[in-house]
Design a protein around this ligand. Structure first.
Ligand code: FAD
Ligand code: AMP
Length: 477
């Protein structure tokens, strides 16, 4: 006898598990089908908790501590003995953090009486769901609602086939068992820059190949220029306009052939990470007659509220249009459930933050100066550096700035761009301001605590009108 559920969620990543929890809170009987195995054991939490956001941040934090201990403490009058790296311990700590969080999600599901169906789900015609467990008999479920949340997988390119030994994807790069002396990274996107930074800090000589002619083209130009300068100074070699054309693995080495400035060049590495983007994962998810429309790029087609072409079936997260980010997936999951329940929920896609968790971090929300101009706004902008901020100087974290982009006609805030200490947190001030449709003046009139990194936010808002205090500015207003 198969069980009766109001809602079946396929995929237990951040999108899927948050949807399941919110539905349970609203009184629905929920099942979440998740097939992932980690070290042979079923594991909740999707890409994010198992092989994405969380393990990469654990490595970023550990490697930052290692680098800071070696190079930043002396300035503070602290002398250490020889600093050594126990890579196995560092990796074990990362695994423990992952275990703690994936186990925590499983507990949360249990506590909310959500059934975790361990195995593979497939949407059939008529909104039925086939569940094939890791062990046992196939079941057919007939829920009232279905949420598809099967996420994404790394893109593979034929010129660099991943063997998870010498040529790895982002998952392989989370667990090198020794620090590669020479490390190549294909793709200067967010994941490539984060993983490149991790291994550079741990001792690798890192070269990042980027086929495009510009660095982080989606970011504000002032931010990408400053951020590029900072990463270069740290020793991360980023080759812009360098397209990898072929690779050849010989034993434990890989020769990378690439073209740059019209010239063909080669370089040999001990490991190569392929970080050229991610693609929606819908393999085996949909029966041919399930009725779900896909886009040309293989994404599930949805409207603004994540409803698919089949009534009662929603799709969220990396499987659908928009940025592939955990927080976007989470909010879409909650929105889909609220919609099922008849609530008028809506994700504000204009205020989804982007973060690169290097050190310093880079983060932004809303429009870049370039995009605002393209959209026809009469743009005014202002930025302020961390270099003259008291707290930043005290902490020795002086690189970067905060920049605001605003509409000159209405004073409405359009975007915020941060490179600097705690940028990932500071950017939320801009996100909240954008959500509340703030003017620049609103921020100018607020009292910011002293001494804080956030004072740079205040000064950046003031500098939009040429009236920052801790810089000599031509007074305009
Ligand atoms: P996923 O997290 O991919 O979860 C989908 C789950 O569905 C998977 O566990 C899969 O096993 C399961 N599944 C698929 N098909 C089936 C099926 N048929 N039956 C049963 N189960 C199925 N985002 C951020 O916001 N911040 C970051 O710092 C960040 N860092 C990242 C770092 C790395 C190295 C990577 C790879 C990604 C990072 N991301 C980050 C992106 C983030 O991980 C994804 O955007 C997020 O996980 C998407 O969530 P999701 O719920 O849509 O899908
Ligand atoms: P993202 O999609 O943000 O993770 O970024 C991936 C990056 O990889 C993009 O900026 C691509 O231009 C880059 N890329 C893709 N293929 C190649 C290649 N063969 N050589 C160098 N860079 C590449």
């Amino acid at each position: 006898m198969s069980q009766q559920f109001d809602l079946v969620v396929i995929g237990g990543g951040p999108g899927g598990y948050e949807a399941a929890i919110r539905a349970a809170q609203l009184g629905y009987k929920v099942a979440c089908i998740e097939k992932r195995l980690l070290n042979g054991k079923p594991s909740m939490g999707g890409t994010c908790l198992n092989v994405g956001c969380i393990p990469s941040k654990a490595l970023l934090d550990s490697s930052h501590k290692y680098e800071a201990t070696q190079h930043e403490l002396e300035d503070h009058g602290i002398t250490t003995g020889e600093v050594t790296l126990d890579l196995q311990k560092l990796l074990a700590r990362k695994d423990k953090v992952v275990q703690q969080l994936t186990g925590g999600v499983a507990q949360l599901l249990k506590g909310n009486n959500i059934e975790w169906l361990q195995g593979t789900g497939k949407l059939l015609a008529g909104k039925q769901v086939e569940f094939v467990p890791h062990e046992g008999e196939k079941q057919i479920l007939a829920p009232k609602y279905v949420i598809l949340a099967s996420g994404s997988v790394p893109v593979n390119i034929p010129v660099a086939p991943v063997d998870q030994d010498v040529i790895v994807d982002s998952t392989g790069a989370l667990s090198f068992n020794e620090v590669p002396k020479r490390l190549g990274v294909i793709g200067a996107g967010v994941i490539g820059l984060e993983l490149g930074s991790v291994w550079r800090r741990l001792g690798s000589e890192v070269v990042v190949f980027e086929a495009l002619d510009s660095f982080l083209p989606m970011a504000d130009k002032a931010l990408s220029k400053e951020f590029h300068k900072i990463l270069k100074k740290q020793g991360l070699e980023i080759r812009i306009g360098a397209k990898v054309a072929a690779t050849e693995v010989n034993g434990q080495e890989v020769t990378v052939k690439y073209t740059q400035d019209g010239e063909e060049k080669t370089q040999v590495f001990d490991k190569l990470i392929v970080c050229v983007g991610r693609k929606a994962y819908a393999e085996g998810l949909l029966a041919e007659d399930a009725g779900i429309k896909l886009t040309e790029r293989g994404l599930v087609e949805v409207n603004d509220q994540c409803a698919t072409s089949v009534e009662g079936v929603y799709a969220i997260g990396d499987l659908v249009r928009g940025p592939m980010l955990a927080h976007k997936a989470m909010e879409e999951g909650v929105m889909a459930v609220e919609r099922i329940h008849g609530h008028a929920a809506q994700v504000n896609y204009d205020t989804i933050i982007s973060v690169i968790y290097t050190h310093p971090e880079a983060a932004w929300v809303g429009l870049t100066e370039e995009a605002a101009k393209e959209q026809g706004f009469d743009v005014k902008a202002g930025q302020f550096p961390f270099a003259v901020n008291g707290r930043a100087l005290a902490a020795g974290e002086t690189a970067g700035f905060v920049k605001f982009v605003a509409d000159n006609k209405t004073d409405r805030l359009l975007g915020m761009h941060v490179v600097g200490p705690s940028a990932s947190d500071i950017v939320h001030q801009g996100m909240i301001a954008l959500e509340f449709v703030s003017s620049v003046e609103d921020l100018q009139l607020m009292t910011f605590g002293h001494p804080t990194f956030s004072e740079v936010v205040h000064e950046a808002a003031l500098s939009v009108d040429g009236r920052a205090i801790h810089a000599v500015q031509r007074k305009r207003k």
